[in-house]
Design a protein around this ligand. Structure first.
Ligand code: AMP
Ligand code: P6P
Length: 343
């Protein structure tokens, strides 16, 4: 059974000029994942569940575990010198690593340290999502905002950790997607899902239908399409919505399906953040043979304008994303007319 560490080193060997900096960076993420996993598994026993009473830039109340995970990943990423700075869902501004090693770091990392953390108190799976880019600014200086506002197609690597019935780390460096499962008795990640590919079609749709009345017309039409009896099975699709993005994404990656977070009445650009949720998952899903769109544009082609910007997100089996995208575009003019009537 190949370990994650062995896999990372083997892949470096395919790049003769590699210095080992990316290898070291990926290994630091592996370490932080083990630390967070250890404490999530006993969240009910240590004082890290519940809310802090503090609200982040998103206006969301930070959970104690959010901040715990943020600190652990930040410390791991700063410790070895390959990273010059990070952007995190839990940090209002970009975090610059000011040490000499940090200033010389080659990469920037964008991270959602613990997505879905409000689920921890009710023992539902949560996840970490990360995205890695080469910096654009000269080494030796502090990173600039532009280093973090690169389009998703320029990612060097992306991945997630899912803290579920088992803990897995799934990642890609642009040459396929591989999944590693943690053996808790050893604290070692072993290759368990090699070259993961999402089925081009699926029968599972993930969306918070509580927002149905506010959805774009094309999304409403697609939901009704999912609920029809389909020729190949004489039954409707299945609705599965865990309320934890990484968990819904991971299940759809394995079984086929689509995850959707459209614009809603209060969130005109949807809820999910482009830089550290949508881009890394879009990178992974394309590497696994799927698609990710904002309804009109490939997620990875969107030029970011700000660190915490949100985008509508449709991600999963290629045939399903194509179908909902087609419906959204078909009814887009009617949505515009409706919006102008309301405004
Ligand atoms: P480095 O010199 O270590 O920063 O690596 C230079 C480039 O080689 C990286 O940006 C990757 O594109 C590739 N590379 C190096 N190490 C690895 C690895 N362990 N896995 C995948 N790609 C790698
Ligand atoms: P809603 C968790 O807060 C999250 O960012 C994703 O993990 C999840 O899919 C989504 O929001 C749930 O949002 O509005 O449906 O509760």
């Amino acid at each position: 059974m190949k370990t994650l560490g062995e896999h990372i080193v083997d892949k470096q060997a395919e790049f003769p000029d590699a210095t080992g900096e990316l290898t070291s960076l990926l290994s630091s993420i592996k370490l932080a994942a083990k630390v967070v996993n250890r404490d999530i598994n006993k969240a009910g026993l240590v004082d890290i569940i519940g809310a802090t009473g503090v609200h982040n830039i998103q206006g969301e109340e930070q959970q104690k575990m959010d901040l715990f995970a943020n600190e652990k990943f930040k410390a791991a990423l700063e410790a070895r010198g390959e990273v010059c700075g990070i952007a995190s869902e839990e940090e209002d501004e970009i975090i610059v690593f000011h040490s000499e090693r940090g200033r010389n770091g080659k990469y920037v990392v964008l991270i959602d340290p613990l997505d879905g953390s409000s689920n921890i108190d009710v023992n539902v799976s949560v996840g970490t999502i990360f995205s890695i880019y080469r910096r654009l600014s000269a080494r030796g200086n502090a990173p600039t905002l532009e280093d973090f506002l690169q389009p998703g197609r320029d990612q060097v690597a992306a991945g997630y950790i899912i803290y579920g019935s088992s803990t897995m780390l799934v990642y890609s460096t642009g040459f396929g997607v591989n999944g590693f499962t943690c053996d808790p008795s050893l604290g070692v990640f072993y290759l368990s899902h090699e070259n993961m590919q999402i089925p081009e079609d699926g029968r599972i749709y993930s969306i918070n239908e509580g927002n149905y009345l506010a959805f774009p017309l094309g999304v409403k039409k697609y939901i009704k399409y999912c609920q029809e009896e389909h020729q190949e099975s004489d039954r409707p699709y299945t609705s599965r919505y865990i309320g934890s993005l990484v968990s819904d994404f991971h299940r759809n990656l394995l079984k086929g399906g689509i995850y959707m977070y459209p614009s809603t009445g209060t969130l005109k650009c949807g809820k999910l953040r482009l830089l550290y949720e949508c881009n890394p998952l879009a990178f992974l899903i394309e590497q696994a043979g799927g698609r990710a769109s904002n309804g009109f544009t490939r997620i990875l082609d969107i030029k970011p304008k700000e660190v915490h910007q949100r985008v509508p997100f449709y991600c999963g089996s290629v045939n399903m994303v194509n179908k909902v995208e087609s419906m959204i575009q078909t009814y887009a003019d009617q949505d515009k007319a409706k919006d102008s009537d309301v405004s």
